[in-house]
Design a protein around this ligand. Structure first.
Ligand code: R5P
Length: 285
């Protein structure tokens, strides 16, 4: 079942059908099929794949919801694309998340809820209230149920340390991080190994997203060098571009688990209770 429907079920809320279509020339079309008058509306729209089309659809749905009488509009965007391009890395680049924010700022959205955004400070680019919640503990609970309690939680870069820390509160096996450097021209990744003792241990790598898989491949290779006995991965947004999954498995990862923020064959953990509870506690029914 799609995440939006699962969230509506969790909240005992009415779900409304939106029709999507593409014109022969490639333009997006949406139509909200039911009356919205005076409703608090949550639009559940993750933005992958394709990022560009999904963001455009989100803007169209928000605009249509506003025009059709929605009292409040909360955009629930579990994976918010373009968040990584939050500054100019090379002269001449766009600050992509700013462009996305400007677009969404203008279509009547009141609040935005996302999950494990790459960096929380990009949320200030929106003119409405925007919040990111973390699903790291849900992934850790999945591994706990699989009998991996006591595993070491590793962040493949410093930014993801908060995820490893929150996972370790569930797994009780300690946590640490590698230092990652990505070349802005070649995208090649190098890692500085921290002094962590994982010899003979099960290690679970926690990250916000997997795109090309290069981060996880580099982390897994380094963990092997350090003598880890078993390597698993929990990621919130399994984009898994191209042959990422195959490369990760070849690097020695025995289990790869993601959430349904993006539908994939590794999406075994649902975000619906996390998002549903957050929406209910924010007063949305
Ligand atoms: C970046 O720092 C993120 O947290 C992820 O580690 C990264 O985006 C994953 O990308 P890739 O799979 O292409 O290495």
């Amino acid at each position: 079942m799609e995440l939006g429907k699962k969230i509506a079920e969790f909240m005992h809320a009415r779900s409304v059908l939106v029709t999507f279509k593409k014109f022969p020339d490639g333009e997006s079309y949406i139509r909200i099929e039911e009356e919205l008058k005076s409703d608090d509306v949550c639009i559940v729209q993750t933005t992958y794949p394709s990022q560009d089309e999904s963001i455009m659809q989100l803007a169209l749905i928000a605009d249509a919801a506003r025009n059709h009488g929605a009292k409040t509009i909360t955009a629930v965007v579990p994976y918010l694309a373009y968040a990584r391009q939050d500054k100019i890395f090379l002269e001449g680049e766009a600050v992509s998340i700013d462009a996305v924010a400007k677009m969404l700022n203008s279509v009547g959205i009141d609040k935005l809820l996302t999950v494990n955004i790459h960096k929380e400070d990009v949320l200030s680019r929106f003119q409405f209230k925007a919040k990111s919640i973390s699903a790291a503990f849900l992934l850790a609970e999945y591994f706990n149920k699989k009998g991996l309690s006591g595993a070491f939680a590793l962040a493949p870069d410093e930014n993801a340390t908060y995820m490893a820390e929150s996972a370790s509160a569930v797994l009780n096996g300690g946590f640490g991080y590698f230092e990652k450097i990505r070349d802005p021209h070649t995208e090649a990744i190098s890692m500085v190994l921290k002094k962590i003792n994982v010899k003979g241990r099960t290690v679970i790598i926690f990250d916000d997203m997997i795109s090309t898989g290069s981060t996880i491949v580099a982390a897994a290779k380094n963990l092997k060098k350090l003598g880890a006995a078993k390597i698993c991965v929990g990621c919130v947004h399994p984009l898994l571009a191209g042959d990422a999954e195959e490369r990760i498995r070849k690097a020695g990862v025995s289990e790869l688990v993601g959430t349904d923020s993006i539908s994939s064959n590794v999406s075994k953990v649902s975000l619906s209770p996390l998002i549903g509870k957050e929406l209910l506690s924010s007063g949305i029914k």
